[in-house]
Design a protein around this ligand. Structure first.
Ligand code: FES
Ligand code: FES
Length: 159
């Protein structure tokens, strides 16, 4: 007998139209990990405090640990796995600046940095700190992250 708590949702994932059978309690992180083997959005705090679970929903970064998968029916979702074959200026800058150690937080920082630069093309250090306040790096690579954001922003302004 079909579980009454399951439902099928249709959405766009990294540019492809997909469907998934989900359970009612699933979050976006559950949907990506259990439904599609995508682990770039990581569950850490589970409370919307660390940014490790960031995904881009309808063009805006959200905490995937808080957002119910059922609400993504008809939505567009992008994850760090989009365009895996190429690096964008933000990813290049993070690598060049050494803006990570374990890398657990990095997908969330990269996705938030893309949005930051889209909104603030020439961010000051203070603006970067404020904008990325919802992303935590337990390895403490904040100086390198700020350097990477400014490097990526400069490169994107010049492009
Ligand atoms: S796991 Fe979602 S914000 Fe920390
Ligand atoms: S690089 Fe390890 S948590 Fe940020």
């Amino acid at each position: 007998m079909k579980d009454v708590m399951t439902q099928t949702i249709d959405f766009t994932l990294n540019g492809k139209a997909v469907s998934a059978e989900i359970q009612g309690h699933w979050t976006l992180v559950d949907l990506l990990q259990q439904g599609f083997d995508l682990y770039g959005a990581r569950q850490s705090c589970g409370q919307g405090l660390c940014g490790c679970c960031t995904v881009v929903l309808n063009g805006k970064p959200v905490s995937g640990c808080l957002f119910l998968a059922a609400l993504a029916d008809g939505a567009t979702i992008e994850t760090i796995e989009k365009d895996e074959e190429t690096l964008d200026p933000v990813q290049e800058a993070f690598i060049e600046a050494g803006a990570f150690q374990c890398g657990f937080c990095t997908p969330g920082f990269v996705l938030m940095t893309r949005q930051l630069i889209a909104e603030i093309p020439e961010p000051s250090e203070e603006e970067i700190r404020v904008y990325l306040t919802g992303n935590l790096c337990r390895c403490g690579t904040y100086p390198q992250i700020i350097e990477a954001v400014q490097k990526a922003a400069a490169r994107m302004r010049a492009a």
